[in-house]
Design a protein around this ligand. Structure first.
Ligand code: TYM
Length: 332
């Protein structure tokens, strides 16, 4: 069987609808036929300051949401990045393979460092994509299921894998990004030309997986829509309605054109009310299950420890090969 790997940063109390529709839904589907590795990149999260107690809690919360969203820890390998030290070790190797200019072109770095001021942004923000390359290459996956915003990092990973293979001999599999057709980019509900992200300007623009039913319904019903009344998909002139149609389609599995046909002649409000019901029905049970899992942190920690042991066996083997190819003197 082929292998996949992916992860989501534990840098907020809750995952959001973009994480869910752009990534998690796809992970759950793919774990059925792939040997799947899902991890929690806590080392990526500290590229911006994280209060220690919150970071610990958020790692558990992220794990709980993976499982509640459908990741089966018996079938898939679920682990925390910092539990597998090979990530940092191969991360350094990847950093040494990357050009300054190449790293400077990463758009996530440019966005985040612009927000913090280029001089005060941590160096970790700059080297972060090289750690991500290590995260991926350690497990020799065929595919990396992510939303569209991560495509550039997977491209860099491919380049680094090829560069390493060329310089030191065939070592890493060159992975493919796996980007869903629908849901690859979910936009802010209040500002539907910006992608949904935890740093949303208005809290109402961000739909969290752990929101209450009331919050979910309210945020969807008060989503910004466009002038006019016609329900159709048009990202340019109708970004708000197009985003709601994307969410509707991804949650239900219905094609956008079928939804458009169903709502022909109806008003925006109809679509919003129905979408609110659909979202509450689907997300509510995930939230409840996640909160229930969080009642037993010891159980979660035990699951993560088991996952780390499985992950480490794979990662250590790849790292040993890479070290040997590089020419590091064996320790024994
Ligand atoms: P992160 O934590 O920002 O996002 C996690 C996943 O959610 C997707 N996503 C979205 N999809 C659709 N619409 C949106 N508005 C939206 N926002 C986020 C992302 O594309 C991603 O799939 N660097 C990664 C974490 C990472 C990683 C890795 C991923 C670290 N190492 C190795 C894959 C493989 C990140 O910051 O994702």
């Amino acid at each position: 069987t082929q292998r996949i790997l992916s992860g989501m940063q534990p840098s907020a109390d809750s995952l959001h609808l973009g994480n869910y529709l752009g990534a998690l839904v796809n992970w759950v589907r793919m774990q059925e036929e792939y040997d799947a590795f899902f991890f929690i990149p806590d080392m990526h999260a500290i590229t911006v300051p994280q209060p220690p107690q919150e970071l610990r809690e958020r790692v558990r919360r992220t794990a709980a949401q993976y499982i509640a969203g459908g990741i089966d820890p018996e079938r898939s390998t679920l682990f925390v990045q910092s539990h597998v030290p090979e990530h940092a070790q191969l991360g350094w190797v990847m950093t040494c393979l990357t050009g300054m200019g190449e790293a400077g072109r990463m758009t996530q770095f440019k966005d985040k460092s612009a927000k913090q001021g280029a001089d005060s942004a941590g160096v970790g923000l700059f080297t972060y994509p090289m750690l991500q390359a290590a995260d991926i290459l350690l497990y020799q996956p065929h595919g990396v299921p992510v939303g569209e915003d991560q495509k550039q990092h997977v491209e860099l990973t491919r380049n680094l894998a090829q560069r390493f293979n060329h310089r030191y001999g065939e070592t890493f599999r060159v992975p493919e990004p796996v980007i869903p057709e629908a849901g690859a980019r979910i936009y802010d509900l209040q500002n539907p030309t910006a992608k949904m992200s935890k740093s949303a300007e208005s809290p109402n623009g961000l739909l969290n997986l752990l929101d209450t039913d009331k919050q979910i319904a309210k945020k969807l019903k008060s989503a910004v829509t466009d002038d006019g009344a016609e329900i159709r998909f048009d990202r340019e002139s109708k970004p708000g309605i197009s985003n709601l149609l994307t969410i509707y389609s991804t949650l239900t599995g219905k094609a956008i054109e079928d939804i458009v046909a169903e709502y022909e002649g109806k008003m925006y409000g109809h679509l919003k009310v129905d979408l609110a019901d659909i979202a509450v029905a689907q997300l509510g049970p995930i939230r409840d299950r996640a909160l229930q899992l969080l009642d037993d942190p010891a159980e979660l920690d035990a699951l993560l420890a088991k996952g780390a042991a499985k992950a480490r066996a794979v990662a250590a083997e790849t790292l040993a090969t890479a070290y040997e190819r590089i020419g590091f003197l064996p320790a024994s």
